[in-house]
Ligand binder design. Structure first.
Ligand code: GDP
Length: 476
C-alpha cells in the first residue's frame, strides 16, 4: 500500500505484479528491500535503502599498502597468578629510556609505551586474561604479541595453559618470559621442557618460539625481553596508515567526579586529534582533553598510541571500537541507532530458548556448515576431565570432529565463557559436576554461549554425539 502510494499507482496494480511474480500480497503485505526494488523497477521507479547502516560511517576496508607505515607492536602480558606479570610490567616501564626524563611521571592509564633501542613498544597495562578475553569477546583484536610469564620456580600451571589457549584462539604469537631466575629453586630448563608439550619450543631445540629468561624483581635481562618483542614485531611487519581519521578500541573507561567520563583508547589506525568527534558504542563527544601515559597534554595520537581522553557523553565498555566522524549530527544518529540495536539484542537474547540454539548448532553441522565442534571442558576432578576428553576425541566422523580448545578443573567462569564467545566459529562449554557462577551465566546469556552441564559421563558423551550427528535429542 505504501509503496503503491509513493509511486502514485493503485495498490491493486502493485499487488497484481506481486502475484504475477508468485507472491501472495495484499495492501498490508510487508515487502523486503529486494522485492520492493524489483517491483518498483517494473513501474520505472528506483528504490533507495535509507535504513541506518553503520558501515557508512565506520570504514573497515584495509588501507592501501603504500599508505601504511610501521607501527609499534601492542603487547599483553599473561600468565599464572603470582608468576610476576605485574612486576614485569613495572620493570619494563622503569626500563624505558624516557622514564627518567623531567616531567616523566608515569600515570596509570591502562596502557603505556616504552622506548627501546629498536623502537617503541606499547604494553596493555592490565595483566591477566580477563582484559584480553573481554576485548576479544567483543571482536576487538587489540594485541599483536602475548608475553607468557612463567615462574622458573613454579613451572607450567593451570592459568599458564589457559593463557596459551587464549593466545592461540586469538592467533597471537607467544613470547615466553621465564621469570624469577634469581630464585635459588629456579629451573628454566624444566619450564622449557614442560612447554614443549604445548608446542612452544625454543629455537635452540629446533622450534620457533622466542624464550627469554628474566628476573622482574632484580630487573635482569629486561632488555633481552624488549629485544625479543622487537624481533617478533619485525617478523609480523605491523603497519598502519597515520594520515586518516582515527579508529581504535577502548581499553578502559570510568567516571571521574571532576572530569566526567574518562576513557583510555588505543589508536589502531589514523590520527586522533583534540577536538575530533569520537563515536564509541552508544556514546560520542568531542575530544576535550588528551593525555599520554606520562600525564602530558598532547594534541594528537597516532597508530599504536594509547591516550586518555575526556569529552564523551558516557562510559563506553572496554573493547568497544571507536571511530571519528565529521558531523555531530551523524554522531548523534549513529549512537541512537546503536543504543536502539543493543536494546533489541538484549530482548532477543532473553527470548531465545537455549535449546533452540543448540538445535541450530546441530542443524549447521547436519548441513555441513560446521566441520569442528569446539568444546571447552570443565570438571570437578582431573580424572573425569581426562576421561571425557578422551571420549569426545573419539566422537565424530570424516565430516565433523570435536576440538577441545581448553580443559580445566573447577567451576565454569566468565573467562571460559569469554573464550567460547571469542572462538571464531563459537564453542560450547561442557561442565561435568560443575556449574557456571552467576557472572559466567550472565555473560553466556549475553553472548549466546551454550553451557551443557552433566553429572553422568555417558549423558555428556551422548549429548555431544547427538549434536555432532545433527540429531539432537535434548538431555535435561
Ligand atoms: P602477578 O600475580 O603475576 O601479577 O605477580 P606479581 O608481579 O604480583 O608477583 C608475585 C610475587 O612474585 C611478588 O611477591 C613479587 O615480588 C614476586 N616476584 C615477581 N617477579 C619476581 C622475580 O623475578 N624474582 C623474585 N624472586 N620474585 C619475583
Amino acid at each position: 500500500g505504501d509503496l503503491a502510494h509513493s509511486m502514485g499507482i493503485k495498490a491493486a496494480q502493485v499487488a497484481m505484479k506481486l502475484i504475477e511474480s508468485g507472491m501472495m500480497a495484499t495492501v498490508n503485505t510487508t515487502l523486503d528491500f529486494e522485492t520492493a526494488a524489483l517491483i518498483a523497477d517494473e513501474f520505472d521507479y528506483t528504490v533507495e535503502n535509507v535504513a541506518f547502516d553503520i558501515a557508512n560511517f565506520y570504514d573497515t576496508t584495509p588501507d592501501e599498502e603504500e599508505s601504511m607505515e610501521r607501527r609499534a607492536p601492542v603487547v599483553t602480558v599473561m600468565g599464572h597468578v603470582d608468576h610476576g606479570k605485574t612486576s614485569l610490567l613495572d620493570a619494563v616501564r622503569a626500563s624505558s629510556v624516557t622514564s627518567g626524563e623531567a616531567g616523566g611521571i608515569t600515570q596509570h592509564i591502562g596502557a603505556y609505551m616504552v622506548e627501546t633501542s629498536a623502537g617503541m613498544v606499547t604494553f596493555l597495562d592490565t595483566p591477566g586474561h580477563e582484559a584480553f578475553t573481554a576485548l576479544r569477546a567483543r571482536g576487538a583484536k587489540a594485541t599483536d604479541i602475548v608475553v607468557l610469564v612463567v615462574a622458573a620456580d613454579d613451572g607450567v600451571m593451570p592459568q599458564t595453559v589457559e593463557a596459551i589457549n587464549h593466545a592461540r584462539a586469538a592467533e597471537v604469537p607467544i613470547i615466553v618470559a621465564i621469570n624469577k631466575i634469581d630464585k635459588p629453586g629456579a629451573n628454566p630448563d624444566r619450564v622449557k621442557t614442560a612447554l614443549t608439550e604445548y608446542n612452544l619450543i625454543p629455537e635452540e631445540w629446533g622450534g620457533s618460539t622466542l624464550f627469554v629468561e628474566v628476573s622482574a624483581l632484580e630487573k635482569l635481562n629486561i632488555d633481552g625481553l624488549l629485544e625479543a618483542i622487537s624481533l617478533q614485531a619485525e617478523l609480523q611487519e605491523l603497519k598502519a596508515r597515520a594520515d586518516r581519521d582515527a579508529q581504535g578500541i577502548v581499553i578502559e573507561a570510568e567516571l571521574d567526579i571532576g572530569r566526567g567520563p574518562v576513557a583510555t583508547v588505543l589508536v589502531q589506525r589514523g590520527t586522533l586529534n583534540r577536538g575530533d568527534i569520537l563515536v564509541s558504542g552508544r556514546y560520542y563527544g568531542r575530544v576535550r582533553t588528551m593525555h599520554n601515559d606520562r600525564a602530558q597534554t598532547i594534541d594528537k595520537a597516532g597508530p599504536s598510541q594509547p591516550v586518555e581522553i575526556t569529552g564523551l557523553s558516557g562510559i563506553p565498555e572496554a573493547g568497544e571500537p571507536f571511530f571519528v566522524v565529521t558531523e555531530e549530527r551523524d554522531a548523534k544518529r549513529i549512537t541512537e541507532n546503536v543504543a536502539d540495536q543493543r536494546r533489541k539484542e538484549v530482548m532477543a537474547s532473553r527470548a531465545k530458548e537455549s535449546a533452540g540454539s543448540l538445535e541450530d548448532l546441530s542443524a549447521m553441522i547436519a548441513r555441513g556448515e560446521m566441520k569442528t565442534l569446539k568444546i571447552i571442558l570443565k570438571g570437578d576432578v582431573q580424572g573425569s576431565v581426562e576421561a571425557i576428553k578422551e571420549a569426545f576425541g573419539k566422537l565424530g566422523n570424516d565430516e565433523v570432529r570435536t576440538k577441545i580448545i581448553h580443559t580445566g578443573v573447577g567451576g565454569i567462569t566468565e573467562n571460559d565463557v569469554n573464550l567460547a564467545a571469542s572462538s571464531d566459529a563459537g564453542a560450547v562449554i561442557v561442565g561435568f559436576n560443575v556449574r557456571p557462577d552467576n557472572r559466567a551465566a550472565e555473560v553466556a546469556e549475553k553472548y549466546g554461549v551454550q553451557i551443557l552441564t552433566h553429572s553422568i559421563i555417558y549423558d555428556a558423551i551422548e549429548q555431544v554425539r547427538g549434536i555432532l550427528e545433527g540429531l539432537l535429542s535434548p538431555i535435561v
